[in-house]
Design a protein around this ligand. Sequence first.
Ligand code: ZN
Ligand code: ZN
Length: 175
Amino acid sequence: MGDASATSSDRDGVTEEMLACVRASGLKMTPQRMAIVRELAGDPTHPTAQELFERLRPALPTMSFATVYNTLDALAAAGLCASLSLAPGPSRFDPNMRPHHHAVCDRCGLVRDVACALSEEEAPANPVTEGNPPGFQIRAVELIYRGLCAECAQQAIEGVTPPRSRRSASGTENG
Ligand SMILES: [Zn+2]
Ligand SMILES: [Zn+2]
């Protein structure tokens, strides 16, 4: 614990970094907060505070939603996770702080990371895209791909196929 050797995986690194941040931000490090940090650090699904709360509640029945939200808020304020508003509804939290894009499902709200073409080292300090606002210092360019996830796309296909059994039941109600 506290040893900053770089032998562990990325995820462990993220977890450790976040835990250090929570300590540094003056929040008391409780088993609840540690569980929140660990859950978020290992989660690529961009969960909402509510989702994390519900996932952790069975193991931590005394934990309040405010504890979850405040911990996530502190992490976001410290730049250790991102608070995303990709769709209407509550913010989603992203432990991946490398430049990347997102794909968002219109139907179920699923969020997936989309890798940037450029790696972190290759990314220009001031990326220039067409139509840059004049004089605007670009920090990052983030794209949102909108559409349907694999599951919802499949359901949409099934949805437009008319069910065979209902063929004759349009209109006439006799009996
Ligand atoms: Zn979907
Ligand atoms: Zn992401």
